[in-house]
Structure formats: C-alpha cells, structure tokens
Design a protein around this ligand. Structure first.
Ligand code: HEC
Length: 256
C-alpha cells in the first residue's frame, strides 16, 4: 500500500501520471478498472479504437450528449484525413448570416465545433425526464475514475437488487453514484457496425467510446508523456554526471 502511494506520488510529481490502471471506489458506484493502451508513462492512444469510439459517439451518444469543445478538424489527430473530416463536418448544418443579413443554414466546416443535440440545457433536460446529459468533452477528466468510470456506467445496467426501488423513468446503474440514473441503457450488442469488422459487443463499444472520450479530454496526453520521459532521461544523465563529479572531487580531496 505504501509502495503504491509512493509510486503514485512520484509519478504525479514528475507530471507523468500513472494512467488509469488503478481501481477506484467512487461514492456508491462500482467501478471496473480496465486495461487501457494509454495507461502508464509510455502509453499511447490506440488509433483504431479512437476511430471506433468516435463512431459510437456519433451514432449513439450524440443524440443526447454534446461535445462542444471539439471541432471537426480535431479528428485529424485520431487519423481521419482532411477530406474525411470535411465530409464528416458537411453532414451537419450551421447557421450563417448571408449578405442580405438573413440567417441561412450551410454545411458545417472542419473549423466548426461539434453539433449539439439541444439548443440549451433546459431543452436537454426537458427531453430527458429532467436529467441533464452532461457535455462529454471533458467528462473523462472531470470524474473520479475517468475512462474506467465511463466504461463502468455504460456496462453497469443490471437488475436492481431486491428491496431497491428505482423511481419511475429512472434506471438502476451499478457505477453511477447513488445507483439511480436518468440515462436509459444506451448500448446493446451490435448497435453499430464497425468498418474494421471488430465485433460490436457492449464491452467493445464501451471500451472504444471511453478511449475516445479520454482523448477528447486530454488530446495532448501523448506529448505530455513524451516530455515527461525526456525529463526523466535528463534527470538520469544529470544524476550520473553529478556522481562522477562527486567521485572526482572526493578523489582530489581524500586521494581515494
Ligand atoms: C437518450 C439519451 C442518452 C443517450 C443516447 C446517451 N446518454 Fe448518457 N446520459 C443521458 C442523461 C439524461 C444523463 C444524466 C443522467 C442522470 O443525471 O441521472 C446521462 C449520463 C451519462 C453519464 C454519467 C455522467 C455523469 O454525470 O457522471 C455518462 C458517463 C454518459 N451519460 C455517457 C454516455 C455515452 C458514452 C453514451 C453513448 C454510448 C451516452 N451516454 C448515451 C442521456 C443519454
């Protein structure tokens, strides 16, 4: 236990972050720790999983959850080409003021931010039985457990235990704090068809979309880790040189 605390402390100090391989017990919710390609000091995002995760977001989650901090062009970071991003953006419409001062709807450009499903929070709540579907742009960093938490919420729909009453219009969820959630079970097997033919199981889709949401919340994670590793290397070399200098000085002073 002490070792683990020390390890976490040391990694945090160096700005590396240990990733998310640690099981976390959040208030009332049961969180299942997953294996993530991006965990650890050398972890990187799995591009195929990111692209599948975007597909899940787009085809399933985007009907309720906005991701307003992301622009379509950000998708180039996860391996979509410029032309693909242009085509993806053009599937949505944005309002624009034309020369006559009138508002017209035009296809979105890569620089536009992701289309939001509702005009504002009130409309979002009204459509969801009073529960607000939070913006997903930063959720992976905003919740304890991060991607493990998101994964666990998505797979956490079970029969409520005996004696547990779930209010009308709400659902039992093992991971959500308080175990009562306003989101109906969003994914079931084969909900999407992956272009790369990966079987779309609930586990796979939950894993992919959580990976995508982690990238969205911290798109520069890989750069940060690379910088951290460089700093470690630099410190290691500095330590060796300091030791050699110390030996030299000691020899000069003591003769051994
Ligand atoms: C039918 C609308 C709907 C769909 C589709 C939907 N959600 Fe939700 N989601 C909600 C609502 C409403 C809440 C708020 C629940 C509450 O507060 O009780 C929510 C809550 C959540 C939470 C918990 C948020 C928190 O505050 O901790 C996560 C995580 C989440 N959704 C992820 C997703 C993902 C990922 C998808 C796509 C696979 C998705 N949702 C699809 C409506 C939806």
């Amino acid at each position: 236990m002490k070792m683990r605390a020390l390890k976490i402390g040391a990694a945090a100090l160096l700005g590396l972050g240990l990733g998310t391989g640690i099981a976390v017990a959040s208030e009332g919710g049961h969180i299942e720790a997953q294996e993530w390609s991006f965990a650890g000091a050398f972890g990187t995002f799995d591009r195929a999983s990111l692209q599948r995760g975007y597909q899940v977001y787009k085809e399933v989650c985007a009907s309720c959850h906005s991701m307003k901090y992301l622009a379509y062009r950000n998708l180039q970071d996860i391996g979509f080409s410029e032309a693909e991003v242009k085509a993806l953006a053009a599937q949505y419409e944005v309002a624009q003021i034309d020369d006559a001062g009138d508002e017209e709807m035009v296809p979105a450009k890569p620089s536009d931010h992701f289309h939001s499903p509702f005009p504002n929070d009130n409309a979002a709540k009204a459509a969801n039985g009073g529960a607000l579907p939070p913006d997903l742009s930063l959720l992976a960093k905003a919740r304890e457990g991060g991607p493990d938490y998101i994964y666990s919420v998505l797979v956490g729909y079970h029969e409520a235990p005996a004696g547990f009453t779930v209010p009308e219009g709400k659902y039992y969820n093992a991971a959500f704090p308080g175990n009562v959630i306003g989101m109906p079970k969003p994914i079931s097997d084969d909900q999407v068809t992956y272009a790369d033919e990966t079987p779309a199981t609930v586990h796979q889709m939950a894993h992919d979309v959580s990976t995508f949401l982690m990238w969205a919340a911290e798109p520069k994670m890989e750069e940060r880790k690379r910088a951290g590793v460089k700093v470690m290397g630099f410190l290691a070399i500095l330590t060796i040189f300091s030791f050699l200098t110390y030996r030299k000085v000691r020899k000069a002073v003591h003769g051994h």
